[in-house]
Write a protein of this length. Structure first.
Length: 215
């Protein structure tokens, strides 16, 4: 089965947002306020949110469960993600991928069923999502340069080039947390990475004509 690119999930994500009655607005901010804007945007998408009453707090979003556990295996993490408010509302689906080193596959319906992979490596938890195959890029040198220019807009995520199982290379976006991170931190990282995948695909669309045609 052909692996879907981030452009496919971007298109479905936009469709879901329109179905929810949401509209797109462009804003200009300093790069260091990117995370704050993302948190405020999530609050503004909630049906119960009222204009003029939205404020930011130091704690994470209200729709995330607060957790204080340390995660040393993905099965305990999977159980907590499924039991979270997002899990109960079917805003994320969690599957344990068995193997020598078990990992998690988290699917996000609100992002067009975007798949996000989580894996434990020592004292780190890696959160990763596939972007596109290198063969789909029209100008790899230009794309790579532009990725470096955009890095400040996504300070907590990194884009890397990795071998693909079927041959060739592919671009992925990933972020890392400590394996002792709380469940609310992990949920926030999953959603932030998903937002970043959609945004970086839009920002780099001019370098991905083949991806746009297949989406």
């Amino acid at each position: 089965m052909e692996e879907k690119t981030s452009a496919h999930y971007q298109r479905l994500h936009r469709q879901r947002l329109r179905e929810q009655g949401l509209v797109k607005k462009e804003v200009w901010i300093l790069p260091e306020h990117g995370v704050t804007l993302q948190r405020l945007e999530k609050r503004m998408r909630l049906p119960k949110a009222q204009a003029g009453s939205l404020t930011l707090h130091d704690k994470e979003d209200d729709d995330m469960e607060t957790g204080s556990h340390s995660y040393w295996n993905v099965r305990s993490l999977a159980a907590d993600l499924k039991a979270s408010a997002l899990g109960k509302e079917s805003k994320l689906q969690v599957e344990v991928l068995e193997g020598a080193d078990a990992s998690l596959l988290v699917t996000l319906p609100d992002f067009g069923d975007l798949p996000v992979h989580l894996a434990l490596s020592g004292d780190q938890l890696v959160v990763e999502s596939f972007l596109w195959s290198a063969s789909d890029v029209a100008d790899r040198a230009g794309l790579n340069e532009q990725i470096l220019r955009l890095q400040k807009l996504f300070p907590f995520a990194t884009i890397a080039l990795e071998p693909l199982g079927a041959g060739g290379e592919g671009y992925v976006m990933f972020a890392a947390l400590r394996s002792s991170a709380s469940s609310d931190d992990i949920l926030c990282e999953i959603l932030t990475l998903a937002d970043n995948v959609i945004q970086v695909t839009e920002a780099l669309a001019s370098y991905l004509p083949r991806v746009a045609q297949s989406a």
